[in-house]
Design a protein around this ligand. Structure first.
Ligand code: COA
Length: 330
């Protein structure tokens, strides 16, 4: 990035709701079993927000912790990017509510919609604002309240997803002293609107009694199509990312979107990367979409996998279809 400023990650924070929804409880709600869920997805439990707990509340809680970790006051934040597909409302942006609740009095803000790829794309956006000098401090929040758009009668989706929030503070590397941003990518494959979506409530199918009756305000997913796409993309993106660094052996930590344990294990095998270098916490949180990467990154640091100097790659993919990665040296 010659001529541009070097960018670093100054702090991380997470928030997950207290309520745990276990597989045993799901067994009583739909025709499923703990065994099936563990074997096919690796999930044991997921967190569910309270009805009165908004996406912006969870995002604000994670952001406060990230700011404290970075030693940065909310009043110093220039920009809030909220990555979510479950905003408080379709508009205004949830970023504005988070900024208000934090007291980020001089920040601008917007939401970024790229489903499970949201955080890695938001992080790159933040890095570019800082690299060019357009901002000094950018807060990126990945947050979802997927329980609000899940049909707890549909066993093919309700067992997979959960709620939560993760946040990261980006500044110049000179200030952060850690987490040097090395690069990223963004990809998409349109024409896949029906593979994974919340069909109604936008302009394609405006909300009506008919859309409610047809269950179109709940997540719809073609599981097998997503599975194939995820494994292939995962392997391609990580292999291409590491090629200029001397190959996959040089990677110290892989923090992937917590999509499904089978997908992660299949990709690990395809890459020839031992599972010890891959962080997994899907067993405890399920798939939290845009919150998944920042929650995993925070916990990977706590677990000591992402340690000072570690070449770290985050990779994500999701509805859109979208994908992207983030490479940095912690
Ligand atoms: N409990 C028990 N049985 C279930 C079930 C559940 N929760 N969900 C589906 N089934 C059943 C199906 O109805 C099907 O039954 P049938 O054979 O009688 O028709 C059977 O299990 C196999 O279903 P299938 O969809 O072929 O299973 P799968 O091996 O593909 O696993 C997923 C399903 C969803 C776990 C898998 O496709 C997957 O992980 N896809 C990716 C999803 C994802 O990660 N989405 C987020 C992307 S960001």
């Amino acid at each position: 990035m010659s001529g541009l400023r070097r960018v670093g990650i100054a702090g991380l924070g997470i928030y997950v709701p207290e309520r745990r929804l276990t597989n045993a409880e799901l067994e009583r709600m739909v025709d499923t079993s703990d065994d099936w869920i563990r074997q096919r997805t690796g999930i044991s439990e997921r967190r569910i927000a309270r009805p009165d707990e908004l996406t912006s509340d969870m995002g604000t809680a994670a952001a406060r912790r990230a700011l404290a970790d970075a030693g940065v006051e909310a009043s110093a934040v220039d920009l809030v990017i909220c990555c979510t597909v479950t905003p408080d409302q379709l508009f205004p942006a949830t970023a504005c509510s988070i900024g208000h609740k934090l007291g980020a009095s001089r920040a601008g803000g917007f939401d970024l919609s790229a489903a499970c790829s949201g955080f890695v794309l938001g992080a790159q956006t933040a890095a570019h604002f800082i690299a060019t000098g357009a901002a000094e401090t950018v807060l990126v929040v990945g947050v979802e309240k997927l329980s609000a758009i899940l049909d707890y009668r549909d066993r093919s989706t309700c067992v997979i997803f959960g709620d939560g929030a993760g946040a990261a503070v980006f500044t110049t590397l000179e200030r952060s002293g850690r987490g040097e941003f090395l690069g990223g990518s963004a990809g998409m494959k349109g024409g896949t609107e029906d593979v994974l979506s919340l069909p109604a409530g936008g302009t394609r199918f405006p909300a009506s009694h008919a859309t409610v009756d047809a269950g179109q305000h709940f997540i719809r997913m073609q599981g097998k199509a997503v599975y194939r796409f995820a494994v292939t993309t995962f392997v391609d993106v990580v292999r291409r990312t590491l090629a200029p660094y001397g190959g996959i052996d040089r990677l110290d930590a892989l923090v992937p979107h917590q999509v499904n344990l089978r997908i992660i294990e299949a990709a690990a095998e395809g890459l020839g990367l031992p599972m010890e270098r891959i962080f997994v916490n899907i067993d405890r949180y399920g798939n939290t979409s845009a919150a998944s990467v920042p929650i995993a990154l925070f916990e990977a640091r706590e677990a000591g996998l992402v340690k000072p100097g570690a070449l770290t790659c985050c990779v994500a993919f999701g509805a859109g279809l979208t994908w992207g990665h983030l490479l940095f040296r912690w």
